[in-house]
Write a protein that binds this ligand. Structure first.
Ligand code: ADP
Length: 620
């Protein structure tokens, strides 16, 4: 089979770039979807964080307000104490100072504040709850502190700051002490609100409180304290240094960097150390105190959930793509299967067609064969008939050849018969009955012999039925010999016959075997006569060889030359003069033997003479 030449489908050449383009587009769409999912999930998570952050801010602010409101009223109560009023009016009375100190000490303990002290109009502390301590406020000049200044100006002051004596932070409540409509001094209560930091830190998240300048003064992260959200303006820095609000702290910027503003109160910032990564920053003002409460939530969980959403989207997309590919593959397979089914059906139809055609032509051939067979049978029948007629013709030819001898054979006894009959009549007339009787016996013998001869002739001329039977070989030889007996005697041919065993049977038609033998005897006698051979010998030997019977007819004639031997069994081949031979004898004999399942062959003997061997199946 020749190798199939590679074929290029023009449709396929343009398909790959298109597929690549489609794949790229699909990839882009998937990536875009994943990005949208990421953004959406992040926004949702940020929204949740904002909600909880806002709640925290509200809670922390309320907590702070509540804590501070507890002390709001306290500075106002000191003008009700007459000792306080008296001390402010008579600043030199040490006994009175001592009473006021003890009083302040008690109130401070009861209120849970850090310290309480009374300042005169010059800004010098007259009495303090911590009067016993070595670094007591008593006698300190603190007119530069903003809350004192404001209170002296008649405005109740609130202030968060770091103490200048001990450096302790706290919220300062300050309020003027009035007596009979005249201000005598200022009462100050300092409250520690740092405890809030611990509660913020405990709740998680990062909360801070800044003042109007953006200075962080409370923070759940200790490192961020006394730092600023943004760099301070020179004016603010100067003011803070004057008031020594944060004592000696440097107030450096925290380094919060805005990444994205969400709205006025929320933005995403890059967190300062020790925080890492972006954070959600939410702020809320405190109404009463010009402070900002800031709450920072870590964005890492939001980012993680966004990543998970994006991953889920990618996985879903991959699943969808796989499903689509699977469906397409199934569809394609289905189509291929359908095509294969159709091809198969077509092939099947073609095959059926082919089979029908072949069947028709086979039927035709069968019909023709049947016709041919009939013709052949007819031809065979005719051939058989022709052969049979040929055999008969051969016989007749032999008979013709024998006729001269036979006529002589019959004429002689006939003459003898007439003579002897005449003699018998004379002898009876003369009364010599005994001699007449002897004569009659001889006549009877002669008649019998003649009857035998004619019987043999009839037998020989008869058309045989060619049905094979067990033929005694010796009988067939004797019967054949009978027809050439006279020639043997006349031509002085020595005849010898031997069969072994005596009762040897051949499976053939006896009449035809006789015909073959008569032919062979005649040919042998002809050959010896024509060559003038001397002495003349004719020998017949028959013997069994296993399942075969071999009958040989040997003469002492000239033998058979090689060129003659090649044509011996051909019809009409003869070396005899015209009128003597027809060239049919051996051809017919060979055919007869072959039809009986045997073979006829000839050989030339080295010592001279020819031998014909009839090989036939043996019969029991
Ligand atoms: P026909 O006897 O009429 O010639 P045959 O077919 O019987 O035809 O014989 C063919 C030829 O075979 C003979 O003409 C003869 O030449 C040769 N032939 C047959 N028998 C012998 C024999 N015994 N010796 C020599 N030649 C023979």
């Amino acid at each position: 089979m020749p190798a199939a030449a590679p074929t290029v489908n023009p449709q396929q050449t343009g398909r790959w770039p298109r597929r690549l383009g489609l794949s790229l587009m699909l990839l882009l769409v998937c990536a875009a979807l994943a990005a949208v999912a990421y953004r959406y999930a992040e926004d949702a998570a940020i929204d949740r964080l904002r909600l909880s952050g806002a709640q925290r801010l509200d809670t922390y602010a309320a907590g702070l307000e509540h804590l501070l409101s507890k002390y709001d009223f306290l500075p106002g109560t000191f003008e009700l104490n007459k000792d306080v009023i008296a001390l402010l009016r008579q600043p030199g009375d040490e006994a009175l100072r001592r009473d006021v100190n003890i009083y302040l000490e008690r109130v401070n303990r009861l209120a849970g504040s850090t310290s309480i002290y009374i300042v005169n109009l010059k800004g010098v502390t007259q009495a303090a709850s911590n009067w016993r301590a070595p670094d007591s406020y008593v006698g300190d000049y603190i007119a530069f502190r903003p809350y004192i200044r404001e209170a002296l100006r008649g405005m109740p002051g609130g202030f968060y700051g770091v103490g200048t004596t001990r450096g302790e932070p706290g919220y300062y409540f300050a309020r003027g002490i009035y007596h009979e409509g005249r201000m005598l001094g200022v009462a100050t209560v300092k409250v520690n609100i740092e405890s809030l930091e611990a509660s913020w830190a405990e709740a998680g998240g990062k909360a801070l409180l800044t003042d109007a300048h953006g200075v962080v003064f409370l923070s759940s992260v200790p490192e961020w304290k006394y730092r600023t959200l943004a760099p301070l303006t020179p004016a603010a820095r100067q003011e803070l240094e004057q008031s020594r609000q944060y004592f000696s702290h440097a107030l450096t910027p925290l380094g919060l960097r805005e990444v994205r503003a969400l709205d006025a109160r929320a933005r995403i910032v890059a967190g300062p150390p020790p925080a890492t990564g972006p954070m959600l920053s939410q702020s809320r003002g405190l109404v009463t105190r010009n402070w900002q409460m800031v709450y920072l939530s870590d964005l890492a969980p939001a980012r993680a959930s966004a990543r998970a959403a994006a991953l889920l989207t990618v996985l879903s997309e991959a699943l969808a793509v796989m499903l689509v590919l699977y469906a397409r593959q199934r569809h394609r397979l289905g189509r291929q299967r359908q095509r294969a089914r159709e091809d198969l059906q077509r092939a099947y139809d073609q095959l059926e067609h082919l089979v029908a055609d072949r069947t028709a032509s086979l039927e035709q051939i069968t019909r023709e064969l049947r016709d041919e067979n009939a013709v052949r049978r007819q031809a065979e029948e005719q051939l058989r008939k022709a052969q049979s007629e040929l055999v008969q013709a051969g016989k007749m030819a032999v008979l013709g050849q024998l006729s001269a001898g036979i006529t002589h054979e019959l004429n002689q006894p006939l003459t003898a018969l007439r003579t002897m009959a005449d003699n018998a009549r004379v002898l009876i007339e003369r009364g010599r009955h005994a001699d007449a009787s002897a004569n009659l016996t001889t006549i009877s013998q002669l008649v019998e012999r003649m009857g035998q001869l004619t019987g043999q002739l009839r037998q020989f001329a008869r058309k045989s039925d060619t049905r094979p039977s067990a033929v005694p070989v010796a009988d067939a030889v004797t019967a054949a010999l009978f027809l050439v007996e006279r020639r043997i005697a006349q031509e002085r041919v020595g005849f010898r016959m031997a069969t072994h065993p005596r009762d040897l049977y051949a499976l053939c038609d006896s009449n035809r075997l006789q015909q073959v033998l008569v032919n062979l005897f005649g040919n042998a006698l002809d050959a010896m006569e024509m060559a003038g051979s001397h002495p003349r010998q004719l020998a017949v030997e028959a013997g069994g060889a296993g399942a075969r019977v071999l009958i040989s007819v040997t003469d002492s004639g000239p033998g058979i030359p090689e060129d003659v031997r090649a044509h011996l069994f051909e019809p009409f081949f003869t070396t005899k003069p015209q009128g003597k031979g027809l060239g049919l004898g051996l051809a017919i004999s060979e055919q007869i033997v072959r039809e009986s399942g045997g073979r006829l062959r000839a050989e030339s003997l080295p010592e001279g003479g020819a031998r014909f061997i009839i090989d036939l199946p043996r019969a029991e």
